[in-house]
Ligand binder design. Structure first.
Ligand code: FES
Length: 219
């Protein structure tokens, strides 16, 4: 019986091809952020945000390897961190990543009606990306903006008081923008780390926006 038949002595998986996409500026940012930590390995979370931006909004195997190389970590250690936190994208997202809060307050105030309307408008289910690459639809845990329920996070912006009636307006507004929201969110969080030496968690952002309605009422 061969080793393959027994399931033992499997061939190791090949290491991902190195792409080296960190720009000089990105490396300088990482070096600055690393000084905020007692050892550079601890800068894994912000380094992953830098990678998510530099690799176009999601973390490929090459992106994880580049983070590992910069911080002196193993690929497996970086992969373990990246797969633990849902804020990191392990696959490509649409130009706009719509994350609808479906936690208690938003759910009571109609978040699932918003989700179903978005599914119909975009022609995708939760977790899917439109065929034109414009939108990815996800559910999110509480976005800590409950007073504006239902809340939709799109990159580094929050849109509040979203209802089935104004979903089309939100979609049109985003479709007409020039943003690439996954990289914009990553960039805003990298900037947060650069501006705040005590920030260690990642995943929080400051920018908020209430969608302006066409006829006065607050959305
Ligand atoms: S429950 Fe939706 S923002 Fe808190």
């Amino acid at each position: 019986m061969s080793s393959t038949d027994t399931g033992h002595a499997k061939e190791p998986l090949p290491f991902p091809a190195k792409e080296g996409r960190f720009s000089e500026n990105a490396i300088a940012e990482l070096e600055e952020i690393a000084t905020h930590y007692p050892e550079r390995k601890a800068a894994c979370l912000p380094a992953l945000w830098i990678a998510q931006r530099e690799y176009g909004g999601h973390l490929s195997a090459a992106a994880l390897q580049e983070v590992a190389d910069h911080l002196g970590l193993s690929y497996t250690e970086v992969e373990g961190v990246a797969t633990f936190y849902s804020m990191y994208n392990l696959r490509k997202r649409g130009r706009h990543h719509l994350e609808v809060c479906t936690c208690l307050t938003c759910a009571v105030l109609g978040a699932y009606e918003v989700v179903h309307k978005l599914e119909n408008e975009l022609g995708v289910s939760v977790g899917g990306t439109t065929s034109d690459g414009e939108f990815t639809l996800s559910e999110a845990q509480c976005l800590n903006y409950c007073g504006a329920a239902t809340v939709v996070q799109v990159g580094d912006k929050y849109f509040g008081q979203i209802t089935p009636e104004n979903v089309s307006l939100l979609i049109d507004q985003l479709r007409n923008s020039t943003d690439y929201t996954p990289t914009k969110l990553a960039d805003s969080i990298v900037k947060l780390h650069l501006s705040n030496a005590s920030e260690t968690g990642g995943g929080s952002h400051q920018a908020e926006e209430i969608l302006n309605p066409p006829a006065g009422a607050m959305l």
